[in-house]
Design a protein around this ligand. Structure first.
Ligand SMILES: [Zn+2]
Length: 267
């Protein structure tokens, strides 16, 4: 927990990992308040696909960009589908979905890039954001790892893509697992258990035919298996359902809620 903290920039609050700042990246996990959403009054909903007023979401995004110091039109997004497709953000793709959901990169749950000043921005309400940073090179990655993405190894796939595309060495990757639903609250049934055979050690027995799934552990294990040193894997261990005052939570709010944005860019 000590590795995860909060900072306030231009009167907006962000969760972040202070130890990442020395690697030449700017990042943050937006909190739920301080914006102008209609969906969640006064909320900082960052996603265009959840029934909020478009102008209000764009105002929230512009306010966030100012706070973190990037050009809002360069934020690059994707339409997440709980898959494990990851796209390399090249110059032609910069800013896709920044202002218009119709323009976002389709069917994709992870982005990587080595471009400076190009924020990768994905949306979450309980699912797990995983950031990957090449501490010796330029590559960064951001993936959406809810249970489907996690059991299909999306975080490891992101790390592998950094290696294949930019020559990143696993020992030089630092990973950061952001605020998301914790094993304290994430009860799943047998349909999840059956599809996650590789990760049965990450399930804690609950009521009959139900388990609490530790998605933080699933992501950590697959990154370690790939050769990323355990000490390089930071985990916020900050449960969004328990901290619903701070973050949107799909489970705590029965699906009717906004989305936090996980944002990272190479400065
Ligand atoms: Zn919890």
């Amino acid at each position: 927990m000590a590795e995860f903290a909060f900072k306030t920039c231009n009167s907006l609050e962000f969760g972040y990992f202070p130890s990442l700042e020395k690697f030449g990246v700017v990042h943050g996990f937006t909190c739920r308040t301080g914006g102008s959403s209609d969906l969640v009054p006064g909320g900082l909903n960052m996603a265009l696909h959840v029934g909020d007023t478009k102008e209000k979401v764009l105002a929230n995004r512009i306010q966030t960009a100012k706070a973190l110091g990037y050009a809002p039109e360069k934020a690059t997004t994707c339409a997440q589908v709980h898959g494990n497709n990851i796209i390399v953000v090249t110059k032609e793709l910069v800013g896709r979905g920044a202002y218009d959901y119709a323009d976002t990169i389709k069917d994709t749950d992870g982005l990587v890039t080595d471009l400076s000043q190009v924020p990768l921005m994905l949306f979450f309400a309980d699912c797990v954001p995983v950031m990957l940073i090449d501490t010796k090179g330029k590559g960064i990655a951001l993936v959406h790892a809810g249970w489907r993405g996690a059991v299909s190894n999306i975080a490891a796939k992101g790390a592998q893509l950094l290696h294949d595309r930019y020559g990143t060495e696993m020992k030089n990757i630092v990973a950061a697992i952001g605020p998301s639903i914790g094993p304290c609250c994430y009860e799943v049934d047998k349909s999840v258990w059956d599809k996650a055979k590789e990760f049965h050690d990450c399930f804690i027995p609950a009521r009959e035919k139900h388990w609490f799934l530790n998605l933080w552990q699933v992501n950590t294990e697959q990154l370690e298996k790939l050769g990323i040193p355990g000490e390089n894997i930071l985990c916020a261990e900050y449960c969004t359902k328990d901290h619903n005052d701070k973050y949107f939570s799909y489970r705590a709010e029965q699906g009717k809620t906004g989305r936090l944005a996980a944002i990272i860019y190479r400065s």
